[in-house]
Design a protein around this ligand. Structure first.
Ligand code: NAG
Length: 431
């Protein structure tokens, strides 16, 4: 039965891992890519996650093909074609990039088919999409939590908008429209302008007040209060904001959890003007990411504030009972009165490396216990052999002396001695 299932699995994997629409690329990719759209996965055959991810990549190829997209899908084995990997700055596997003429866009989202296909369609298309009429505007509004639109005709502001969009299109789509297309309820202080629709309202960009357009869009590209996961957090890194998180208990939301979420939502929405340039607010269920960050276990429910630029974090010293407690905690962080924990100093980095290694081992072990043991036992075995060899040599040199000592020895040393002796005689036999 088990064997049958195994055979089926093998056949299934064999079928699933071929696709006519994914090209295996090589060194020549550097030359052929010009004037073509390419979505490329850089991988290494030894990387375990690349193996799990392989079928998804074929699905991406199939999906883009069936949609009639002109994005070519390819993959490059960076162990075979090292120069390509280094040319494009590939540091981890799998790395996904979209090549569009001279431009290269990195994909950093979830490794899921829908997200990758969406990214490919978005980034390969026009940098700014024109919305032709009111119906279309309503449609686009209903489909986007966050919507940036340039309103007006040609202008220097539009040039800046297009420039910004060509950079931030990796995160979201950008639109343009004429004033006539706007819903009646939307009246703008001036035209041309850049408008963002979010949190059920809208506001416009003001160069004097908000500074650089790209920086402003980067800051405003998330709803004020959202459900977070590790990918969203990663994508938020570029906003430069601190992230205030209500960490929920994973399965059974307790009253405390609901209370903390409500407090954070209140701070996010009612104190928006006060905090929105410094803070992003959200709630999060999966806390494995946070555990990795604090190098321990985050006791949910709780409140934690992250600085994503340096992996630092803040936790309230006293229990947050009221909104005032929360506000003074948040103000305290900005004033430098609340001490930052964690961060990326040398000691912290070492601690993190150790924790990461432990987590990796544990994940490996959970996924494939036998295999992990084999892998771990190789270096351990080698070290063991070296120690053994060293002991054997000593033993040979000081054979007589130690033998005399042995009867008086007690505890560990004696046991070690016996062990040595046994090993020694064993090796003699082998000889
Ligand atoms: C977050 O960390 C960065 C890098 O260390 C630092 O420049 C920035 O001031 C920090 N933000 C806050 C609000 O402390």
């Amino acid at each position: 039965m088990a064997r049958l299932r195994f055979t089926c699995a093998v056949i299934f994997i064999a079928i699933a891992s071929v696709s006519a629409y994914v090209d295996e690329l090589d060194d020549t990719f550097k030359d052929i890519r010009t004037n073509e759209l390419w979505l490329v996965k850089f991988y290494a055959p030894w990387c375990a996650f690349c193996k799990t991810f392989a079928p998804v990549w074929y699905e991406v190829g199939d999906e883009l093909k069936s949609m009639g997209s002109d994005v070519n899908v390819g993959m490059i084995d960076c162990t075979k074609h090292k120069s390509v990997g280094s040319e494009f700055g590939v540091r981890g596997y799998p790395t996904i990039k979209l090549f569009k003429g001279e431009k290269i866009f990195n994909y950093n989202g979830p490794r899921r088919k829908v997200d990758i296909v969406e990214f490919a369609i978005r980034v390969s298309g026009p940098v700014v999409r024109a919305i032709p009429n009111q119906q279309m505007f309503q449609h686009v509004m209903s489909r986007n939590d966050i919507l940036f639109v340039y309103i007006g005709g040609a202008s220097p502001l539009k040039e800046k908008y297009v420039k910004m969009a060509s950079q931030l299109i990796v995160y979201l789509s950008f639109y343009s429209a004429l004033e006539t297309v706007l819903p009646k309820a939307v009246t703008l202080p001036e035209v041309p302008s850049v408008v963002v629709f979010k949190d059920g309202t809208f506001f416009t960009y003001n160069e004097v007040q908000h500074g650089d357009l790209t920086t402003w869009v980067n800051r405003e590209r998330f709803p004020t209060y959202i459900k977070l996961d590790s990918y969203t957090l990663y994508a938020m890194g570029d906003t430069g904001k601190l992230v205030v998180i209500a960490v929920e208990d994973e399965k059974h939301p307790s009253e405390e959890s609901i209370r903390l979420k409500a407090l954070i939502e209140t701070a996010a929405t009612e104190y928006k003007d006060h905090f929105s340039s410094d803070y992003q607010f959200g709630h999060m269920e999966e806390n494995s990411y946070l555990n990795g960050l604090v190098l321990g276990e985050v006791k949910a429910p709780c409140i934690i504030v992250l600085n994503l630029s340096n992996d630092g974090y803040y936790t309230p010293k006293v229990p947050v009972k009221t909104i005032d407690d929360l506000l003074s905690f948040l103000d305290g962080i900005l004033d430098g009165k609340v001490k930052q924990l964690g961060g990326n100093g040398a000691v912290q980095r070492i601690k993190r490396a150790v924790t990461d290694a432990k987590t990796t081992l544990k994940t490996m072990y959970d996924a494939a216990p036998v295999w992990t043991c084999v892998i771990i036992s190789i270096p351990v075995g080698i070290v063991g052999m070296i120690i053994y060899a060293t002991c054997t040599v000593k033993r040979v040199n000081g054979d007589e002396e130690e033998e005399e000592e042995e009867p008086q020895q007690k505890g560990r040393k004696a046991i070690a001695g016996k062990e040595n002796k046994r090993k020694n005689s064993g090796s003699k036999k082998e000889d």
